[in-house]
Design a protein around this ligand. Structure first.
Ligand SMILES: CC(=O)N[C@H]1[C@@H](OP(=O)(O)OP(=O)(O)OC[C@H]2O[C@@H](n3ccc(=O)[nH]c3=O)[C@H](O)[C@@H]2O)O[C@H](CO)[C@@H](O)[C@@H]1O
Ligand SMILES: C=C(OP(=O)(O)O)C(=O)O
Length: 467
């Protein structure tokens, strides 16, 4: 089992570079499927497990991809499938974002139902409501959503009951090739929505109003591949801000965009952290003593739910009691039990967590229960007394590029231990796969490259019920 070992007590200092945003790159890579001709060249693509997953999804749908030095090149001229099976959607919910592009390009999509996940039920009704308003016929059954529309999708006026990030993105991507104009009301306003709209417009789309509550999309005939640079990851940046502040450090976060982090900056400033904007990032200086604050997660521009657990980590060592209210996901307090193993004093009351401050954190063996919980446990371990061992790293690897190396470069006493893969068992599995496929299989193990086969392996084709 992979683990991160941290010995607390080191003050962080120096410069850390923020990678491209996971939550921006995933919809953008899904949107590359919309280009009937030309290559898309996407820069600052972070080397994350979620990026490898979406890369495999795109390749299986017929996309041709290469990934080198944080640049991904994608051609999607010849799509060969309209199906996203359970294996992908289970691994990464954002695989569901291929539904909008597939409907726009092929008028068909067969997508596994994403179901709930650790942090909440995570409904998809608003995505489906949007597609149905555009004339798509949707049938649910056997764990799949089967969707089709004869001819082009029709522009529509769609009011979202909740300002869902994913639904806004999926509907935007479906609408860019629709007949007529689509209006999304109560649209999500996150910076990742604006980044997606910028990429779509570079492809030739007509998207207006992204970043506000009303987005208008005028459908166009065709889109072409385009160049785009992904925005820096505001959650990764926010995580380093908290790590710096918790250790009383002095850290420059290279690439962080202040405007994207306004609620995090405000709350940290209220706590006594000094934050200054520089030409290309933010400088964060932790104070001697941190003050407690109350925090409530909200859709952008409110305090991001993806920073809630890291914020809770810093509140544990602030002076006084703080209340953290989670309004986006109903089950996003799983990290509390892990923090308690590190001596935290936190009580949960429904959607509120009451955090007693002034805790002298102690090192412990803890498990990342989700992606941001993992990051929060690392932050806590950085100022805990003694050694902590953090497992459950498959969550962390979904969203942080080399968090261990980046923190070590800032002076943290941190390292990662990965078990050596058991070669004979692995080879045996590959031999088994090759036997089933009746073909040799060559896999680039532990690499960011997509799985390589000597020739395209036969895929299981599942026909939609109406075929
Ligand atoms: C890949 C990606 O970008 N993930 C982010 C995205 O997730 P995601 O796009 O899944 O989050 P949403 O904004 O859709 O979900 C927010 C809330 O709306 C509810 N909902 C959503 C859709 C729907 O059709 N019906 C419905 O009721 C969800 O259950 C949840 O309670 O935004 C979240 C909220 O900022 C972030 O935490 C995730 O990191
Ligand atoms: C919840 C998150 O991501 P996802 O929507 O991909 O699960 C996250 O980035 O914290």
């Amino acid at each position: 089992m992979s683990k991160i070992i941290v010995r607390g007590g080191q003050r962080l200092s120096g410069n850390v570079r923020v990678s491209g945003a996971k939550n921006a790159v995933l919809p953008i890579l899904a949107a590359t499927l919309l280009a009937k001709e030309g290559e898309s060249v996407i820069h600052d693509v972070p080397n994350l497990d979620d990026v490898i997953t979406i890369q495999q999804v795109l390749a299986a749908l017929g996309g041709k991809l290469t990934y080198d030095n944080e640049t991904m090149r994608i051609s999607a001229a010849n799509l060969t499938s309209f199906e996203a099976p359970y294996e992908w959607v289970r691994k990464m919910r954002a695989s569901f974002l291929v539904m909008g592009p597939l409907l726009a390009r092929l008028g068909r999509a067969r997508i596994s139902l994403p179901g709930g996940c650790a942090i909440g039920t995570r409904a998809i009704d608003q995505h489906l409501k949007g597609f149905e308003a555009m004339g798509v016929e949707i049938v649910l059954g056997h764990g799949f959503i089967e969707a089709r529309k004869e001819g082009k999708l029709k522009g529509a006026k769609i009011y979202l009951d909740v300002a869902s990030v994913g639904a806004t993105e999926n509907i935007m991507m479906a609408a860019v090739l629709a007949e007529g104009t689509t209006t999304i009301e109560n649209a999500a306003k996150e910076p990742e929505i604006v980044d997606l709209a910028n990429y779509l417009n570079a492809m030739g789309a007509k998207v207006r109003g992204a970043g506000t509550g009303i987005i208008r999309i005028e459908g166009v005939e065709e889109l072409k591949g385009a160049q785009h640079t992904v925005i820096p990851d505001r959650v990764e940046a926010g995580t380093f801000m908290i790590a710096a502040a918790m250790t009383g450090g002095d850290v420059h976060i290279d690439g962080a965009i202040g405007e994207h982090l306004a609620p995090v900056i405000s709350k940290l400033e209220e706590m006594g952290v000094a934050i200054t904007e520089t030409d290309n990032g933010l400088r964060v200086v932790g104070p001697q003593k941190l003050k407690s604050v109350d925090v409530k997660t909200l859709p952008y521009p409110g305090f991001p739910t993806d920073m809630q657990s890291q914020m809770m980590a810093i509140l544990m060592i602030a002076e006084g009691t703080s209340i953290v209210t989670e309004t986006i996901f109903e089950n996003r307090f799983m990290h509390v039990e892990e923090f308690q193993k590190m001596s935290a004093q936190i009580k949960i009351d429904g959607r509120m967590a009451i955090v007693s401050g002034n805790t002298a954190l102690t090192g412990a063996k803890v498990t990342a229960t989700d992606l941001r919980a993992g990051a929060a446990l690392i932050c806590a371990a950085l100022c805990a007394d003694g050694e902590s061992e953090i497992t459950g790293l498959h969550h962390v690897d979904r969203g942080y590029v080399d968090i261990t190396g980046k923190l070590a470069a800032l002076g943290a006493d941190i390292h990662r231990v990965d078990p050596v893969p058991a070669e004979p068992v692995y080879t045996k599995v590959l031999e088994g796969v090759a036997a089933v496929l009746e073909e040799p299989v060559v896999v680039a193990a532990m690499s960011a490259e997509p799985v390589k086969r000597e020739k395209e392996a036969p895929r299981l084709k599942v026909q939609p019920t109406w075929a």
